[in-house]
Design a protein around this ligand. Structure first.
Ligand code: SAM
Length: 279
């Protein structure tokens, strides 16, 4: 019997992928977690029925989400990833030799456990001595960061799920204000802000919120075949450097997707996306 995984991307759009095996399927304390072996995309992680990452196309997401801000900052030393329990973003952060500490703030420790078990190519960096894994709500963590026990960060990357449950607040102006407060001078935020085709209002609101909070806000794009519509956006807010004129060094080690040329090209937006974020 054939096994197919279907994600209801919207009320009228679905994506299906043929799976050869269910590696794990359970209700965590927080959400429904599935790990499947798929034919086209390799091992795939889904949460609440939504595809989060797959072995074969994750580089287009993680590399662009991380290397654009970290190559823009002149010397990123402290970096936080909010969400991102699969470890893919942290793996990329560690490709920057200036990084002294990388903090992963994931609300659901079961995601980290599952990724350590089934997705070692993503989670490999989590045992690096520079990495601290914190099980917490990213909103609360960011609120108290930048002071006392948690010194400010040079870059904060928001690698969240779609805006459901605790992730809703990660797309708000209030959260971006807290991020700003948790950044060191010249710091940078990058947040995944969903599909320009299917999440137009959310993207518009998130970008406008970032533009209210940060002196410089820019939108850039990547292409992730297993995400709804394939075209995916990131919102970058900067207290200093402009990603169009990167001040830092690029990643060391191999990348499957990111190149300096693509870094610049990613900010060239289709007309309808420019229109979407027009003030
Ligand atoms: N790239 C993926 C996407 O766009 O579909 C996201 C991957 S990553 C697995 C998302 C993670 O964010 C999940 O593991 C989820 O548990 C975590 N998350 C959601 N809300 C959170 C919050 N408020 N604080 C920290 N982590 C959160």
């Amino acid at each position: 019997m054939e096994l197919w995984f279907t994600e209801n991307q919207t009320a009228s759009l679905r994506i299906s992928v043929k799976a050869s095996k269910v590696l794990e399927h359970r209700q965590t304390g927080y959400q429904e977690l599935s790990v499947l072996e798929t034919e086209p995309w390799g091992t795939m992680l889904a949460l609440d029925g939504m595809i989060q990452t797959t072995e074969r196309d994750e580089a287009a997401y993680h590399e662009m989400m991380v290397h654009v801000p970290l190559s823009t900052h002149p010397r990123p030393r402290r970096v936080a990833v909010i969400g991102g329990g699969d470890g893919g973003a942290i793996r990329e952060v560690l490709k920057h030799p200036s990084v002294e500490q990388a903090v992963l703030v994931e609300i659901d420790p079961a995601v980290v456990e599952a990724s350590r078990r089934w997705l070692p190519s993503l989670s490999s960096g989590l045992d690096d001595p520079r990495v601290q894994v914190v099980a917490a709500d990213g909103r609360a963590y960011v609120q108290q960061a930048g002071q006392g026990d948690v010194p400010p960060f040079d870059v904060i990357v928001v690698d969240s799920t779609d805006p459901v449950r605790a992730a809703v607040g990660l797309f708000s102006e209030e959260f971006y204000r807290d991020v700003r407060g948790a950044l060191a001078p010249g710091g940078i935020l990058t947040a995944q802000t969903e599909s320009p085709y299917l999440n137009r209002e959310l993207l518009r609101q998130a970008f406008r919120a970032a533009a209210q909070v940060f002196p410089l806000a820019r939108l850039y794009l990547t292409c992730v075949p297993t995400y709804p519509s394939g075209l995916w956006s990131f919102t970058l807010g900067s207290l200093g450097p402009d990603p169009l004129d990167p001040a830092g060094r690029g990643p060391e080690g191999s990348c499957r997707y990111y190149t300096p040329e693509l870094h610049r090209a990613a900010f060239a937006l289709p007309a309808f996306v420019t229109e979407l974020i027009r003030p």
